[in-house]
Design a protein around this ligand. Structure first.
Ligand code: C2O
Ligand code: CU
Length: 459
């Protein structure tokens, strides 16, 4: 897909109410009576909501909610979701990060047409506890469907959770761009080049809410924005990283003050008010991701007010779990990200490429053997950062290389999305355990749509 170059439209932002207590994302109710089976309907349809006081905004929503309802299950459970498409476009549900068969993963080659339904059914293997999400993936419409509101959290709980005594909070961060009269704005040139960023960063669908933390809390944070790099901080207060996309780390990483969460990544952190009580904020600190063209300088964003209050302090165990190494790599693959300009129909087009190619639904780009560990080298020759995502499995980052200097990953973690900074190479170990076709792509959804996606065949 290509897009014409045009001038970025200037949008005056409406005023959004803010300062309400953060609400939890509503849970999807389980319709099944059977143990270890989670069964429900998810309808994707236009709905009305009110972001600007007194003005209706038409969104596209799962079961009428933005974000969509949280699916919460346990490892070992079987999940059966009936997607009902009441949108004017084809859609799918992609289960971002879950280790499930490709036929159940909402690939762009399996669209559900307007007015149609599809049942997704899969079983979550032992060890798959983690923080995931679900969103549409019909290729031509992915970015639009997500920015209109289709995205929702998915949690797989562990049977034995070493942090089960710590109260939890979910923060799904999304991005909102409105026209002055409160409608969802379309993408302009700048959005297509750099990925869409709106005027508002939302948490659980709320603008600048207030979070009250009494003592110790475990936060799961989703970056469900199309393109916003969240260099998270609590304004200098300390927090502990305990989990990434695919669940808990081996050991907690303590005393962090900032942590970069690129688009589509998730983390679990422990926030402990003890000894650092007071009023702070959850910020996205400035981060230079190398945006192109004439855009405003990066600035600090105040996402939510956070009141750290004295309360019961709960210790974090020294060891969270054991993460096996993926073993020796039997094959290697190289993936080079680049950007290019082209002229078509007398217009300048921007292309985002993998190994010099633009995505083709009917082309296999990489072939891998089932159950075999591979070393992938993801090389970013482009002028901006790109968050790399691969479907169907969790991988381990081995090292990053910059200007010839190799830095080993500071800890072993399960990831399905990793940021590849411009000029940087990231090496990962990866193994696919289901045969079939898998997508790999930049998770800046506009880049994915403009070509930065490829197909891996596993056999
Ligand atoms: Cu969350 Cu292929 O995407
Ligand atoms: Cu990208």
């Amino acid at each position: 897909m290509m897009m014409p170059m045009m001038r970025a439209e200037e949008i005056k932002a409406p005023v959004l109410p803010h300062g309400a207590a953060l609400q939890e994302v509503a849970k999807l109710a389980n319709q099944s009576q059977q143990p270890n089976l989670f069964k429900a309907d998810v309808t994707a349809a236009p709905a009305e909501t009110e972001f600007v006081t007194g003005k209706k905004t038409t969104v596209w929503a799962y079961n009428g909610r933005v974000p969509g309802p949280l699916i919460e299950v346990q490892e070992g459970d079987t999940v059966e979701i009936r997607l009902i498409n009441k949108l004017p476009q084809p859609t799918t549900i992609h289960w971002h990060g879950l280790p499930i068969p490709p036929e159940q993963d909402g690939n762009p080659m399996d669209p559900v047409l307007p007015g149609k339904e599809l049942i997704y059914r899969f079983t979550l293997p032992e060890g798959s506890a983690g923080t995931y999400w679900y969103h549409p993936h019909p290729h031509e419409y992915t970015a639009e469907q997500v920015f209109r509101g289709l995205a929702a959290p998915f949690i797989v709980r562990a049977k034995n959770d070493p942090l089960k005594d710590i109260p939890e909070r979910n923060l799904m961060i999304s991005d909102l761009k409105l026209t002055p009269d409160g409608a969802i704005a379309g993408n302009d040139m700048n959005d297509w080049m750099n990925g869409r960023e709106g005027q508002f960063v939302l948490v659980n669908g709320q603008y600048h809410p207030v979070v009250e933390v009494k003592g110790t809390e475990r936060w799961r944070i989703w970056n469900a924005t199309s393109a916003r790099y969240l260099n998270l901080s609590l304004g200098g207060r300390k927090f502990t990283l305990v989990g990434t996309d695919g669940g808990l780390l081996e050991k907690p990483v303590r005393d962090l003050q900032t942590l970069l969460l690129s688009p589509a990544e998730r983390i679990e952190i422990i926030v402990d008010a003890a000894g650092q009580e007071g009023k702070v904020s959850l910020f996205a600190e400035p981060y230079n991701r190398g945006k192109m063209g004439h855009v405003a300088a990066e600035k600090r964003i105040d996402i939510a007010a956070v009141n750290l209050l004295a309360g019961p302090s709960i210790a974090i165990p020294e060891v969270l779990r054991k993460i096996d190494d993926l073993g020796e790599a039997k094959a290697m693959k190289k993936m080079v990200f680049s950007e290019a300009m082209s002229m078509a129909n007398g217009r300048h087009m921007m292309l985002f490429l993998i190994n010099g190619k633009s995505f083709d639904m009917h082309r296999i780009d990489f072939i891998s053997r089932l159950h075999e560990t591979e070393l992938w080298e993801i090389i970013n020759n482009a002028d901006m950062d790109h968050p790399f995502h691969v479907h169907g499995t969790q991988f381990q980052v081995v090292e990053t290389e910059r200007n010839g200097v190799r830095t080993p990953a500071p800890y072993r973690a399960w990831k399905d999305t990793v940021n590849v900074r411009r000029g940087e190479t990231v090496r990962i170990k990866i193994r696919q355990d289901f045969p079939g076709l898998r997508m790999l792509h930049c998770h800046i959804l506009e880049h994915e749509m403009l070509g930065m996606m490829a197909i891996q065949q596993v056999k």
